[in-house]
Design a protein. Structure first.
Length: 163
């Protein structure tokens, strides 16, 4: 009887962990960003994100809503360069060359990485595209948006970089 209870508790714990992985990050969750290899070949150590607010967008070259939002994100990146606010984008394209060609064709200069196991573990299940997170200086999700954001809403993200 005791062995059955232990086995049941163990199974419930395993199922609970699986459920946590399937659940996507939400406002209030804390995200620990891993080291990130950018598409330009540079690796950004996790320590670079520490103590700074970060806007993170997941996108794909084939996503029409991402195509509408990414120019707005580029404008935000240009406006906030040199401030505390960091920007990181993550392509979910299957092939890195598709993401690189997309960025080059459109003249985007914001930092971009390919999705990875480490990033999927950090953010959990995706809900749609584009998917945008704002992390505060402690790594807490303070804003999450699924779907295209309008110009004013993306521009307003600059407020997170103010002291």
């Amino acid at each position: 009887m005791r062995a059955r209870r232990v086995a049941t508790m163990w199974l419930l714990a395993v199922l609970g962990m699986a459920g946590a992985l399937a659940h996507g990050a939400e406002v209030g969750d804390t995200i620990h960003l891993p080291d990130v290899k950018l598409l330009d070949g540079h690796t950004v150590p996790a320590s670079q994100w520490a103590g700074k607010p970060v806007v993170i967008e997941l996108w794909a070259s084939w996503c029409p809503f991402c195509a509408l939002q990414n120019p707005r994100l580029q404008a935000l990146y240009d406006k906030t360069r040199g401030t505390r606010l960091q920007v990181l984008t993550i392509s979910i394209d299957k092939q890195p060359q598709d993401a690189v060609a997309y960025l080059k064709q459109r003249g985007y200069t914001f930092p971009a990485a390919m999705d990875s196991d480490a990033l999927r573990r950090a953010f959990g299940a995706r809900k749609g595209l584009p998917e945008l997170y704002v992390l505060d200086a402690q790594g807490r999700v303070v804003q999450k948006e699924v779907g295209e954001m309008i110009d004013d809403d993306v521009a307003a993200l600059a407020r997170y970089g103010k002291p």
